[in-house]
Design a protein around this ligand. Structure first.
Ligand code: NDP
Length: 236
């Protein structure tokens, strides 16, 4: 097993982010979790931070660096939806989703790379979505934000690939969380009929892929988009 590292998971107080944090904790890493409400799973350092606020992100990093050391692995997971059909979508709905999902990820990794460049190593993983590659009606804002993460990861790869830093995208499909549990049985069946695997995934199935792509074993994977979607987005 490799040496413990300092890992930051944004939006790690619940859902997929929480499971990702638990996965790194289980392998012995020092894990910090940020969210607006500042909760965290047992074994993680809980830090309040809003990814839409650059100063808040900066303060969170300073606290993590002081308590756990420089951040070596960043999982940009914090994300929101505000679904609406394009013709009804308000500027605010578009901008708030972009600001959290895409600009929030930019703010996080921009703050992280100073330490990574100094260390000549680092792992950045963006949590995108099949929606960003495949497109989903009613999610023009969300899909645009999630597709933007691919460009972000690939530019980082070209800019910082020679510094031992990798940047990858994990694109989950339908994951069993509070969000999918809220769908009616009819809606669930409609979605299921489009997924080759004919099931939703558990959050741990995403978390294990994220853990691996951030590991030493994946040192030569960068700028990649790794789907965890049961085949739903194949080829996109
Ligand atoms: P949840 O809604 O359960 O969790 C979202 C997380 O993001 C929470 O921890 C929330 O914490 C945090 N967050 C939201 N806004 C901010 C903010 N401004 N600053 C800091 N943290 C914030 O979502 P999921 O676990 O379902 O999703 C996690 C990621 O996976 C998201 O990026 C999502 O788009 C993506 N995804 C999810 C899929 C699914 O099926 N569930 C499928 C594909 C992708 P708090 O509100 O306390 O700040």
């Amino acid at each position: 097993m490799s040496e413990p590292r300092t890992v930051l998971v944004t939006g790690g107080n619940r859902g997929i982010g929480r499971t990702i944090a638990e996965e790194f904790i289980a392998q012995g890493d020092r894990v910090a979790v940020t969210s607006r409400n500042g909760e965290a799973p047992e074994g993680a350092l809980a830090v309040s931070a809003d990814v839409t606020d650059t100063e808040s992100v900066d303060r969170a990093f300073s606290e993590i660096e002081e308590k756990l050391g420089p951040v070596e692995v960043v999982i940009a997971n914090a994300g929101i939806t505000a679904d609406n059909l394009l013709m009804r979508m308000k500027d605010e709905e578009f901008e708030s989703v972009l600001d959290t999902n895409l600009t929030g990820s930019f703010r996080t990794v921009k703050r992280a790379i100073t330490g990574m460049i100094r260390a000549k190593s680092g792992r950045i993983v963006f949590i995108s979505s099949v929606s960003g590659l495949y497109g989903v009606p009613g999610q023009a804002n969300y899909s645009a934000s999630k597709a933007g993460l691919v460009g972000l990861a690939r530019s980082i790869t070209r800019e910082l690939g020679s510094r031992g830093i990798t940047a990858n995208v994990v694109a989950p499909g339908f994951i069993r969380t509070d969000m999918t549990d809220e769908l009616s049985e009819k809606q669930q069946n409609e979605y299921l009929s489009t997924i080759p695997a004919k099931r939703f995934a558990e959050p741990a199935e995403v978390a294990k892929v994220v853990r691996w792509v951030a590991s030493d074993e994946a040192a030569y994977i960068s700028g990649a988009v790794i789907p965890v979607d049961g085949g739903l987005g194949m080829g996109h």
